[in-house]
Design a protein around this ligand. Structure first.
Ligand SMILES: NC(=O)C1=CN([C@@H]2O[C@H](COP(=O)(O)OP(=O)(O)OC[C@H]3O[C@@H](n4cnc5c(N)ncnc54)[C@H](OP(=O)(O)O)[C@@H]3O)[C@@H](O)[C@H]2O)C=CC1
Ligand SMILES: Nc1nc2c(ncn2[C@@H]2O[C@H](COP(=O)(O)O)[C@@H](O)[C@H]2O)c(=O)[nH]1
Length: 324
């Protein structure tokens, strides 16, 4: 590994503009068998997505991954989405109830379009076995596996049959893995994406640490196809987190999937609960994310996301906010 850097350490360098308006720039992406309006997906966390929002996103051609924290709902969720002719995208872990779900889906000839295997330390035999189980039972489901933070992790999950790998150990806003274990990609997540992308033969999902819309363009520059976003999507009307008032100001809760709050017990806690300022309608954020990505593409001198992949960049070492 060479130099490590994170989102705030990098500025992309503009190329000559080839469009008359940013509206000409297309931020859509093919990810697996489907096209989506943005290369961005809300994190599969209980305060970020619920079934209602999943339907809204699917109806409007945004990628989503339903979380796995109402395990008994997953079968019916896939069924309902298919009845409505919408994309189904669920999460699983690696335990017996997850394996049973896969077999039940096969028995019912119900194939989710996307299955995300979502555990903290995804570079493991448990995930490799789960990929094989899914691919044997539901060979046409697009499997996203993670999370990993190294090229070795990416390669082993790809070799097991993963169609995409999710990169990011501990860069999340609600994460305390880095503090509790000393491990992770927090502080160098962007270079971890680049490092992993050097060996990846399939798409990479950059997961965690996105703090601004510009970080999405940077993720793509350094090798991500899709970007998973938690805290930036928290706090909206549609966000399932609880609405609370602190000193007269509205906030919504955002908690880690490995927080005591999520787990209901203080065992292997690696996440915390935060209050995120209330942000209004999610569509406003999606619209401004779209505009910002269109603008980024125009600065890259192109008309679509491909142009971001080859732009030059500078390392500015934590100075990006100096003018703020
Ligand atoms: N991206 C990230 O940095 C992180 C994300 N998370 C999120 O928290 C949620 C819960 O994750 P997780 O606890 O993995 O899910 P699970 O509770 O489903 O556990 C996964 C399985 O892996 C085993 N395991 C072995 N080593 C580890 C390890 N270092 N961390 C976690 N499990 C391990 C667990 O056994 P045992 O419990 O007996 O050890 C368990 O059998 C997920 O949604 C995950 O994405 C959590 C932490 C970090
Ligand atoms: N270490 C932990 N990571 C977690 C936990 N819950 C979720 N996550 C990861 O964070 C991202 C979202 O990051 P953000 O910076 O956009 O807020 C999410 O997709 C998970 O990978 C947790 O409890 N501990």
């Amino acid at each position: 590994m060479t130099l490590q850097f994170d989102y705030e350490d990098v500025q992309l360098i503009p190329n000559k503009c080839v469009v008359e308006s940013r509206k000409e720039c297309d931020p859509s992406i093919q990810f697996g068998p489907h096209w989506f309006r943005l290369p961005v997906v809300p994190a599969n966390m209980q305060t970020i997505i619920d079934e209602e929002l999943a339907v809204t996103l699917a109806e409007n051609n945004y990628f989503y991954v339903m979380h796995r924290f109402n395990p008994e709902r997953r079968f019916e969720f896939v069924q309902t989405m298919h009845e409505r002719d919408l994309i189904s995208s669920i999460s699983v872990g690696v335990k017996q109830d997850d394996i049973t779900l896969i077999h039940d889906l096969k028995e019912a000839s119900l194939t989710p379009d996307y299955i995300t295997i979502d555990i903290a330390h995804g570079h493991s035999d448990a995930v490799i076995d789960m990929i094989r189980t899914i691919k044997q039972a539901l060979p046409t489901s697009f499997v996203i596996a993670g999370n990993v933070g190294t090229p070795q992790g990416v390669t082993e999950l790809e070799q097991a049959g993963a169609d995409a790998t999710k990169v990011g150990i501990g860069p999340g806003k609600a994460c305390i893995t880095k503090l509790k274990t000393g491990f992770g990609t927090g502080g160098w997540q962007l270079s971890a994406i680049e490092w992993c992308a050097q060996v990846a033969t399939k798409p990479i999902v950059a997961d965690g640490g996105i703090r601004t819309h510009g970080d999405i363009a940077k993720s793509i520059r350094f090798g991500a196809s899709m970007v998973m976003v938690g805290s930036l999507f928290a706090g909206h009307d549609e966000s399932p987190g609880e609405l609370i008032t602190v000193d007269g100001e509205p906030y919504k809760t955002y908690f880690g999937s490995a927080s005591e709050f999520q787990k209901g017990e203080r065992k292997n806690v690696e996440g915390k609960k935060l209050h995120v300022p209330y942000k209004g309608a999610l569509q406003d954020t999606l619209t401004s994310m779209t505009e910002d990505l269109q603008s980024a593409i125009s600065y890259a001198g192109g008309t679509d996301l491909e142009s971001l992949k080859t732009v030059d960049y500078c390392l500015v070492k934590n100075t990006i906010r100096n003018g703020d």
